[in-house]
Design a protein around this ligand. Sequence first.
Ligand SMILES: [Mg+2]
Length: 265
Amino acid sequence: MNERELTLTYNPKGARKAVFLDVDDTLYDHLAPLRGALVDVLGLPASFPFDKAYHLFRYYSDSLSDREGLSAAPDKEKMEVMRKRRFMLMLADLGVHVDEGQAGRLQASYLKGQFAITPFEGATRLIRELGEAGFLVGVITNGPGSHQRRKIDALAVKTWIPETHMFISGDIGYSKPDPRLFAHVNGQTGTSAENSVYIGDSWRNDVVGSVDAGWTSIWFNHRGAEPESAHKPHYIVSSYAEISGILLGQRRPGGKNAYKRFSGL
Ligand SMILES: [Mg+2]
C-alpha cells in the first residue's frame, strides 16, 4: 500500500475524506437515452454503431459547448442550437443525413429518455457504503442547473447525497476541467484537495480536471476510451466493484493487488 492509498483510509480524527462523482455516463448509462432516441426517431437498426455514435455525440457536445462557453454560462437559445447541431454532425460522420426538424425530434426524444434513467449497477450501493464509512459524498457535473438537477432527481440518490454536496457548473460559473470548480467544491464542503477523490468517465473533463486540481483521480473508463493527454489518473477502473475495492478495501476474489494501477502512458 502506498502513501496515496493510506490517505484514503477513513480517519475520524483527521480531515474528512470526500468522494465526488460525475453524473453523465458515470452514475448512469448515458448511451441508453441516445440509443433510444436514434431508434425511436430514425428507426436505426441494431447493427448501427451506437458506441461510435455515442463517442462522436459527446465529442461534438463538448466541443460545441466549449466554443460557445455553454458549460459555465448556459444560454438557452445557443444551447438549443448546439443540441441539434451535435446530432446532425455526429450522424453525418456516420453517413446519416438529418435535417433540423429531425434533429429537433431526436433532441426531444433524447431529453425525455434522460429523465427515465437508473444508476449503474453498484452505484447506489457504493454511495451508501461510502456514507456509512464516514466519507462525505457528492456530485460535480457540467451543464445547466435545472437540467442536471432533474437527472440527479431521477437517479434517486438524494438519500445519501444532500443538496449541499451537489455541484452543477451552470449554477457556479466554472465548468470541468477548470480546477477552480474543484477548489470551489473543497471550499464549500470544508474538504481539501489531498483528501478528495473524483470519479468520472471523461478524460478531458474528469481526469484532466481532478488531476490538475490535485485530487485523487479515478478514471471510470467503462467504454474502453483512450487517454487524451499526458495526465495520469491514480486508478483506471471499468466497474463499480473495482471502485468499491479501492475506496472501501473490498478486494476482488482471488486477488491481492487485483486492481490495475495506472502505470504511465
Ligand atoms: Mg460524464
